[in-house]
Design a protein around this ligand. Structure first.
Ligand SMILES: NC(=O)c1ccc[n+]([C@@H]2O[C@H](COP(=O)([O-])OP(=O)(O)OC[C@H]3O[C@@H](n4cnc5c(N)ncnc54)[C@H](OP(=O)(O)O)[C@@H]3O)[C@@H](O)[C@H]2O)c1
Length: 307
């Protein structure tokens, strides 16, 4: 089958003909229609995550898919041949930028009928991340104030809509060119990070979702009320500062969950959550897709059309 692979850590991605992955008893074989790219892919490719997620080569890239079930394993009960599904698979079963993928039943959800495969493939990794950060970890409640950094990105565009849906007051940082877009998604307060200082404009916030780290993470503590909460997905520890400010801090790495993805599918079906796609590339243009993502300017998600 055709797949976007690397042959060793740090080598360029190539389109290659590789064997189809073998079906496992607890998994389903999926004909992939669309996948998407994420900043973490670059870290995986470079080998920075090799302790947490050792790769076997050739390794197929990609952590998001939408497609159709073509075969189910013996232990699978919730899905059948012909189901349209989407998923963020675990690290050991990653490899979605390929014609076929084998995914665990517990990491799958039925694709919402009101969106395309391309749109569905833009959701799992960033959608689960935003939900886990704001709901599971951040316990965001109706009426609370939340600052979502980088509101125009893959995680941010979904996080804004979710926070709005939960009844929170949403502030976000973005460059001016994306101000209208984030307002349309539901942001009440838009901070142009190139001309304004969010730490001077905002105060008494209940929650901050940080994905930038460094100085932005440090300054974010200043806008929280006592007992507030800072959730970081950038992988930096800041427990010392949290103690100093009297707030809770947590950094985490998102985890796959078919059940949680089904909840997001429900929000999509109701129209409360809409996929935001910037550009779509064909599987043969996968290098260009990563090149575009790496500019750091994507507005929403970068999708790969596989079928
Ligand atoms: N821990 C986890 O499990 C986890 C999961 C998912 C993502 N992440 C991390 O979270 C980060 C964001 O991921 P993503 O998929 O959303 O990335 P992305 O889509 O590539 O983010 C691009 C967006 O970032 C915005 N941006 C860049 N610099 C900014 C700044 N200084 N202030 C505000 N906005 C800025 C850009 O908006 P402008 O063009 O307007 O600047 C652009 O829209 C990445 O570092 C990723 O590795 C972690």
């Amino acid at each position: 089958m055709k797949a976007a692979v690397i042959r060793e850590y740090g080598t360029p991605i190539e389109i290659s003909d590789v064997p189809q992955p073998a079906l496992l008893a607890d998994s389903v074989l999926i004909e992939v229609h669309a996948a998407s790219v994420n900043p973490v892919d670059e870290f995986v490719q470079a080998g920075y995550l090799r302790e947490m997620m050792p790769l076997t080569f050739p390794f197929t890239m990609g952590f998001d898919l939408s497609g159709v079930v073509v075969e189910v394993g013996d232990q699978v009960s919730k899905f059948k041949k012909g189901d349209e599904v989407f998923s963020r698979p675990n690290g050991m079963q990653a490899g979605t930028i390929a014609e076929y993928a084998v995914i665990k039943e517990e990491e799958l959800a039925i694709k919402p009928a009101n969106i395309s495969h391309q749109e569905a493939a833009s959701i799992p990794l960033v959608g689960l991340t935003a939900w886990q950060a704001m709901v599971t970890k951040g316990n965001l409640q109706k009426g609370q104030k939340v600052l979502i950094h980088a509101g125009a990105g893959g995680v941010g565009t979904l996080a804004i809509q979710m926070a709005k849906h939960l009844g929170a007051e949403v502030a976000t940082t973005t460059s001016a060119v994306n101000a209208e877009m984030v307002k349309t998604l539901g942001a009440n307060v838009v901070i142009d990070y190139k001309t304004q200082k969010f730490e001077e404009e905002l105060s008494d916030y209940d929650l901050v979702l940080d994905m930038m780290g460094g100085e932005i993470l440090e300054k974010s503590f200043k806008i929280l009320k006592k007992g507030g909460c800072l959730i970081s997905i950038k992988g930096e520890d800041s427990k010392g500062l949290a103690e100093q400010y009297g707030v809770r801090f947590e950094a985490f790495f998102m985890w796959p969950s078919g059940e949680m993805l089904s909840q997001l599918a429900q929000l999509i079906s109701e129209g409360a959550l809409k996929p935001v796609i910037d550009r779509t590339f064909s599987i043969d243009q996968v290098q260009e897709a990563y090149g575009y993502l790496q500019t750091g300017r994507a507005k929403g998600k970068v999708v790969i059309q596989v079928k």
